[in-house]
Design a binder for this molecule. Structure first.
Ligand SMILES: NC(=O)c1ccc[n+]([C@@H]2O[C@H](COP(=O)([O-])OP(=O)(O)OC[C@H]3O[C@@H](n4cnc5c(N)ncnc54)[C@H](O)[C@@H]3O)[C@@H](O)[C@H]2O)c1
Length: 334
């Protein structure tokens, strides 16, 4: 990160990736303050940061990025000079049932935070986006999405993220607002809410229940360990060019069946502990990013899949007190 950023606002910092990013920043940079704004929706969990909650360099506000007054006050009173915007509704399954929540936070909330930041004169705004804004790829294609690929979102989650991105980009083009964006592939690691595939499969397997594998079990995702994502954002905040976007992907593709079998192997459960369930409406076949641009900045993933998956699955196995209370809130828990 650019060493001149001293007061950093992280939004959505009680979620999966945001909490890892806050821990990464406080671990690496000594003379900074990190302000976390999180609305604590069903997946925002202060437990994710309980190890750093008493660090004098850390401050938490329960607030909505869509609340202009609250955002202006927090930005001014903490002299924020850098924002990393993770806050979002992030679950494609939930988006099928409550699409308006997604438009509200991911599009309007992002717009509100951008405007508050512009009025206050924040030096840097990094917006976290997803590979899913580009739409889906055929399973067999050699094509990868570049940062210049056209947006073609197909679900309410993806469309709301695309909307927030476009508003953010307009702030750079119209106002010269100091923006960067990153598009990341599927993240995995500890503290991911049990509605996403790896925790759902792990917790089902731990309870000897069949893993619900979508009918299109050959659909692929590109996987990245959450700490590799955090290191990439940090690098973009140091070397990224204002106005530019960066893909963050590893090239490592896994089918849903690969994931299920990998988890069953780590937990020494039988491979037939699986059941086929109908596809989610709008379930995309595949995403794959061309990440040459961020490689040129000097980033490469450090965590290999087999170690990362084993560590993640074992973390869930050893931390039932973290996930058991969350199952009642999960959209995917059947
Ligand atoms: N998880 C992935 O694989 C992945 C991949 C690419 C991009 N992303 C993006 O990364 C970001 C973080 O994803 P995640 O997986 O950590 O999500 P998450 O659902 O675990 O966390 C989102 C956090 O945002 C908070 N939040 C929601 N609405 C808010 C609002 N209006 N105001 C303030 N806080 C609010 C929630 O309480 C939660 O703590 C999202 O923008 C997501 O689109 C995620």
């Amino acid at each position: 990160m650019d060493r001149s950023y001293k007061n950093i606002l992280v939004t959505g910092g009680c979620g999966f990736i945001g909490s890892h990013f806050i821990r990464h920043l406080l671990g690496k940079y000594k003379n900074i303050k990190v302000i976390n704004v999180d609305l604590l929706t069903y997946c925002g969990n202060p437990e994710n940061l309980k190890d750093i909650a008493r660090d004098p360099r850390y401050k938490f506000y329960k607030a909505d990025i869509g609340d202009y007054g609250a955002m202006s006050h927090i930005l001014k009173s903490n002299r924020i000079n850098c924002i990393v915007n993770f806050a979002a509704e992030s679950d494609n399954n939930k988006a099928v049932n409550s699409p308006l929540d997604f438009a509200k936070t991911n599009a309007l909330g992002t717009a509100t935070l951008l405007e508050a930041a512009r009025q206050v004169g924040v030096k840097r705004f990094h917006h976290i986006s997803t590979c899913e804004v580009f739409g889906q790829l055929p399973l067999k294609s050699k094509f990868r999405f570049t940062e210049k690929s056209p947006y073609n979102p197909r679900t309410p989650y993806n469309a709301s993220k695309a909307s927030g991105d476009l508003i953010a980009k307009s702030y750079f083009h119209t106002f010269g607002f100091p923006l960067t964006i990153s598009y990341c592939s599927n993240n995995y690691g500890t503290h991911q809410f049990p509605e996403k595939v790896i925790p759902v499969f792990t917790l089902k397997a731990l309870q000897n229940e069949p893993l619900p594998v979508f009918k299109s079990a050959g659909n692929k995702r590109e996987w990245i360990h959450v700490l590799d994502h955090c290191r990439a954002i940090d690098l973009i905040l140091e070397k990224g060019v204002i106005g530019e976007a960066y893909n963050i992907g590893t090239g490592l593709e896994k089918t849903i069946t690969d994931i299920a079998d990998g988890i069953l192997t780590v937990l020494k459960k039988p491979k037939n502990l699986k059941e086929i369930v109908p596809d989610r409406p709008g379930h995309d076949s595949r995403y794959l990013l061309d990440s040459k641009k961020i490689s040129k900045l000097g980033w490469k993933p450090q965590k290999n899949w087999s170690d990362g998956l084993t560590e993640t699955v074992n973390w869930y196995k050893n931390n039932p007190q973290w996930w058991k209370p969350l199952l009642v809130k999960s959209n995917s828990w059947r």
